[in-house]
Design a binder for this molecule. Structure first.
Ligand code: UT7
Length: 329
């Protein structure tokens, strides 16, 4: 990267309602043992009726703004990475702007599925290069439980709802984290392996017609698993090599929280010790675009992000999209 941007505050929010594996056993043909051993997930947060993605993002944003020591009125841009927006129109970012009590920011949603936040980091850094006076709220927020087929045990046990947010600008301040470099990739030829097709122009809604299964998350899990491991490990290696580093220079790896076996396989391929790999999916499940900023905020709260540390983010999601980002605290 020729110009760097800086992260000033971290925040996250998850809805109060928790659905444990044992709760799922009551209405899905599954069991706690299978979910724990195959995914590492113990419980996930789920929205209540009427609780929207914008509600989660707004709460995460308030925490990030407080952590950055600024008010919402300082924001020039609001970026929301999500594949579960409040509505097709207006975008979720405009709703968040209103809920934060401000007007006049550039407000934009972005969809790169689970990779949305890391993709958004690149967009945010580009925007800070356009103007030095830019102050961006970048968030990842999802309510994927509203797009789950609760009769499909292959997918419904995996996901949860949450939001994470950061504040980004071109200015370095005490305690800010430098975005050293980012690498992104995609392969649209594999798009059918992970979809929420319903309601888009390929599978449009039809008035008074029943809602087909295509309107919910559909995934060929085993295929996604293989690509996720290969892509995340590969893109981390590319990024590290470009920056003259090896995995031994990484103090903490924060991977997309989809499956503990994927996380362990990526760590192993990169030869990063498990103590240096952040995991919180046991409590949240896969929260898609919220996963990385939620993990960042969680890591900060736990005191794991110390000055001088080099933190590697990596993500993978529908599209397929994937990416990696290197941060220096
Ligand atoms: O965030 C975007 C990226 N998403 C991912 O990275 C997810 C990637 N995929 C995965 O994490 C894993 O593939 C899954 C967790 C989705 C599935 O794990 P798996 O080890 O690949 O299992 P499988 O799909 O091969 O299924 C094994 C067995 C099957 O039974 P049979 O055919 O062997 O009798 C499934 O029917 O497990 C069965 N099964 C379940 N059993 C109990 C599938 N889901 C469940 C369930 N409870 N919830």
């Amino acid at each position: 990267m020729t110009k760097h941007c800086y992260i000033h505050g971290f925040g996250s929010f998850a809805p109060a309602k928790v659905l444990t594996n044992h709760d799922l056993e009551k209405f899905v043909d599954t069991n706690d043992e299978w979910i724990r051993t195959r995914t590492g997930i113990e419980e996930r947060h789920v929205v209540e009726e009427g609780q929207c993605t914008s509600d989660l993002v707004t709460e995460a944003a308030k925490v990030a703004l407080a952590d950055a020591g600024i008010g919402a009125e300082a924001l020039t841009h609001i970026l929301v990475a999500t594949c579960t927006p409040d509505a097709y129109c207006p975008n979720t970012a405009c709703v968040v702007e209103d809920k934060l009590g401000i007007k006049g920011a550039m407000a934009l949603d972005m969809n790169a599925a689970c990779s949305g936040f890391v993709y958004g980091l690149q967009v945010a850094c580009g925007l800070t290069a356009v103007s030095e006076d830019t102050t961006i709220l970048l968030s990842g927020g999802e309510t994927l439980t509203t797009r789950l087929n609760w009769e499909d045990r292959n997918t419904c046990v995996l996901f949860g709802d949450a939001a994470g947010a950061v504040v980004i600008s071109a200015k370095q301040t005490p305690g800010s984290a430098k975005v050293v470099d980012i690498e992104l990739s995609s392969d649209g030829s594999l798009r059918d392996l992970l979809t929420i097709a319903g309601g888009g122009s390929s599978v449009p809604y039809k008035l008074n017609q029943p809602v087909p299964a295509e309107h919910f998350v559909m995934m060929q899990g085993r295929e996604v698993f293989k690509h996720a491991v290969r892509s995340m490990a590969g893109i981390c290696e590319t990024l590290l090599t470009r920056n003259g580093m090896t995995a031994s220079d990484v103090d903490l790896l924060i991977p997309h929280q989809a499956n503990i076996r994927i996380i362990e396989a990526v760590g192993k391929k990169l030869e990063i010790e498990s103590e240096k790999v952040f995991v919180n999916l046991n409590k949240f499940g896969n929260t898609s675009a919220a996963s990385i900023p939620l993990a960042l905020a969680d890591a900060k709260r736990q005191g794991l992000l110390k000055p001088g540390m080099r933190v590697l983010l990596t993500t993978f999601g529908g599209g397929f999209t994937w990416g990696s980002a290197l941060l220096e605290f």
